[in-house]
Ligand binder design. Structure first.
Ligand code: ZN
Length: 259
């Protein structure tokens, strides 16, 4: 899509469909990790979230009624990772399905003997290639308080979307060149091994143990911490923090130091 045309259209859209100030301020008060941003970033985030709302289709299911508060809360958090990357990074999907709470999904896996096992998986969110992003509103709504634990379901699922953008789910988003990809793999692998080693030693740390499942889950889990508890991530995994600061073009830990 042409850059000029899209920018014109976006400008028109923003004039018509800007997020009302009172609604935006309510959102900031509920999610302090967003409010911690500086004024210039907040202004850009508000505009980006308005475009996000115009481009994406929200559906509420399970008896949940979709409100402006729900849509703006999701849009604002979803746009944090792409604040400096642009919304095109989310072009691979349109739909966002919001459930009132966690969802139990019936899964099946085939083991090495060809035997199919069924099990239930409790999901607070899910991102599928080309498909909708599913979110539990109960978890989204509590993102303000769960930030202290580095937990954020919206950021988690949308970082999966960034990972999927090149069609390969491998814990690595599209990067400019082979050197950047090599560097990414090196730093991510070392950080991932470090989490696994500390869990094996029974120590744990700040990062959610769920990140130790696979490198594909480690990326979104660590990115959650980067955006909502950046100082904790920087203290625990400084090299990973630097990698993310370069990729997302943001340095949230510095912002959070402000009085
Ligand atoms: Zn995940």
């Amino acid at each position: 899509m042409g850059g000029w045309w899209r920018r014109q259209r976006d400008a028109r859209l923003l004039r018509r469909r800007a997020i009302p100030l009172s609604l935006w301020q309510t959102t900031l008060s509920l999610y302090p990790f967003i409010a911690a941003r500086d004024d210039a970033q907040l202004q850009r985030l508000q505009a980006l979230a308005a475009l996000f709302l115009a481009r994406k289709e929200f559906t509420a299911v399970g008896g949940l009624e979709l409100s402006d508060e729900i849509a703006v809360a999701i849009a604002a958090q979803a746009c944090l990772p792409v604040l400096e990357l642009g919304l095109d990074a989310y072009d691979s999907f349109v739909g966002i399905v919001v459930h009132p709470d966690e969802v139990v999904a019936r899964r099946e896996v085939t083991d090495e003997h060809g035997i199919v096992h069924h099990f239930d998986e409790v999901l607070t969110g899910e991102a599928m290639e080309g498909g909708p992003v599913m979110l539990s509103w109960n978890d989204v709504a509590h993102a303000g308080s769960s930030a202290a634990r580095g937990y954020n379901v919206v950021i988690h699922e949308f970082v999966h979307v960034l990972d999927m953008h090149d069609g390969i789910v491998d814990g690595m988003p599209p990067l400019p060149d082979a050197q950047a990809r090599r560097h990414w793999r090196l730093v991510m692998q070392a950080a991932f091994e470090r989490l696994r080693r500390s869990l094996d030693a029974g120590q744990g740390g700040f990062l959610d143990p769920y990140g130790a499942e696979s490198i594909e889950e480690f990326f979104p889990v660590a990115a959650e911490a980067f955006f909502v508890a950046p100082q904790a991530l920087r203290a625990e995994q400084p090299a990973l923090y630097e990698l993310f600061a370069g990729y997302f073009r943001q340095d949230p830990a510095t912002l959070f130091e402000r009085p």
